[in-house]
Design a protein. Structure first.
Length: 215
């Protein structure tokens, strides 16, 4: 343990840089996936069959093994940030899209009819009534996707993507050497710490953006 703590102290700047890169990759992923998922969810939630097709497509993409998906994207995007981002966005779509559709469908029909009776058109009802009421469910999907992506993003090092996965893969390639376990453990603990930080941030965000009546 003392050796590992000494290693962390010696490499703290390097580990911090990797953690920042990892967090940035996750944030870019979630921003893109949320925008795509919410737009798609809004367009299909009233159409049962179309919504089923969309969920089937993103669900099927979600089942592709991570290493296989990263490898498939190399001929298209090369190595580095782009294939990592595309792959992670694909994985993040399912929980956010599913929760967007579920949240919008879960809005009380009586509330919608009341808004309609007040003269609100469909888009005003969507922006002012439906999306705010569906927000807690949508946020849960974003939260689940974020924590999941924090873990999967470590595999991005396979395609030379940014993040803590570099230390994990370096450690695995040096099995049998004194530094192998330190590399793997520091990368793994960094991923766990980021996941906990993101999760805590979503708890705070949920309290700040959700009315007390919906909590």
């Amino acid at each position: 343990m003392a050796d590992f703590l000494d290693y962390l102290s010696f490499r703290r700047d390097h580990i911090l840089d990797l953690a920042i890169e990892h967090a940035q990759l996750v944030l870019y992923t979630i921003a893109i996936a949320t925008a795509v998922s919410v737009v798609v969810g809004v367009l299909v939630y009233r159409r049962e069959r179309l919504a089923g097709i969309v969920l089937s497509v993103v669900g099927t993409a979600f089942t592709i093994p991570a290493l296989a998906l990263f490898a498939l994207l190399i001929p298209i995007f090369g190595l580095g940030f782009r294939p990592a981002l595309v792959a992670l966005v694909i994985y993040a779509l399912l929980p956010i899209t599913r929760n967007t559709i579920a949240g919008l469908r879960g809005v009380d029909q009586a509330v919608i009819e009341s808004a309609q009776g007040m003269g609100m058109n469909r888009w005003r009802r969507l922006i002012r009534i439906e999306l705010p009421l569906a927000w807690p469910v949508i946020l849960t999907g974003i939260r689940v996707a974020t924590v999941m992506i924090v873990g999967i993003a470590a595999i991005a090092a396979y395609v030379n993507g940014p993040g803590l996965g570099h230390d994990i893969f370096d450690g695995l390639s040096r099995i049998g050497t004194p530094t192998a376990i330190h590399l793997v453990l520091s990368g793994t603990l960094g991923v766990v710490a980021l996941a906990l930080l993101f999760d805590a941030a979503y708890l705070v965000l949920g309290k700040l953006t959700t009315s007390k009546g919906l909590r």
